[in-house]
Ligand binder design. Sequence first.
Ligand code: PLP
Length: 403
Amino acid sequence: MASKNIYLSQLTGDATYTQIVFNKVWGKVEADRAAYPEKKVFMMAFGDTSQPLPPTVVQGLVNAATRLGDRETYTGYEDVTGNPDLRHAICTNYYQKKLGIDFDPAELFVTDGAQSVSVNIQELFAPDNVVAIPNPAYPSFVEGTLLASRKLVDLPCHESDNFVPKLPQENVDIIYLCFPNNPTGSVATREQLQYFVDYAIARQAVIIFDAAYSAFITTPNIPKSIYEIEGAKKCAIEIGSFSKMANFTGLRVGWCVIPHSLMIQNTVPGELNDLWRIRHCVKFWGTANISQQGAIAALSETGQLECQEVVNYYLKNAGVLRQGLEKSGFQCFGGIDSPFVWLKATSGLSSWQFFEKMLQSTGIVGVPGCVFGNCGETYLRLAALGHREEIEGAVENADKYFK
Ligand code: PLP
């Protein structure tokens, strides 16, 4: 007799981020729209991209589709760890030329975005491993840990520390870090990341570093990759994504790096990389070949320049949003090296009360900070990945909050 997965069923109801956003946030917006059909709503809840793909990427996709339509150039299944040209381009054009970090392409696995690998990567570790997760955090880290039924240790993040967590107080085996951070928009300094790397090496723990927003870093000396930190290749797995750096949220391409030198107890160099290759062969047969060709085009010299223009557009959005809200009297964080602005609730309001007041008075829709963990209580996350006119409209309306 089959029985349901109890860990999965504990995520039903309003237990997951997606359900809360689509049911509760969206439900409240719909109710507001029904009550005030004339009112303009500024949707900044979703971290989805809005701008068209850069021309070089489009051309890469068109060329790939054309090749697939020709018997002479048609290709089917590819290397399940990713198109070798793409792995090579990520190693050379991203890690080597941009960041001065050397990898063998075999240390890299192409994925269908950062989302799935950020959760699935836990399969590399023993079931009793303890997972440390910043609070607030990107929800999948927590949801994936619950699904795997692992013990979870909270790492509270506070305004006073610029939302960078302190080291765990108890022994943990896996540590999630995400910088630039979703939801707070904060970044971590070299010194702060060095503490975590030193901690991980000393305890044979592994850092899962989500660098999905690395392209948004503009502040000098802020690391874009965990591997800019000394020792990180011994203790860290990095997850990257084309979603926000090249507008690939629909095309679905990301990667993860499992360095040969990453080691934990009872392993030899290269073993974790080998294990992940096996897991890849069993459970994942690669990303769409067309999408991978788009990613190769995105990493060409022209492709990179065009992609950075799109990132700059979102960064300008975030700047306009943050400055406009500050001018109206709000206290804001993030929005400088990140497309997310983390807005502090006005005095005495909870995240949800702030969300409601913001929606009712200004039409601005964000995600209540408490949805990302209880330390996000009294904040609201706004995503500046939409169209500039929307952002400007929102800023013009922001004053209404205080009237
Ligand atoms: N990690 C973080 C921190 C994110 O914010 C997101 C998407 O919003 C993801 C991962 C998933 O990105 P992808 O589209 O590459 O799956």
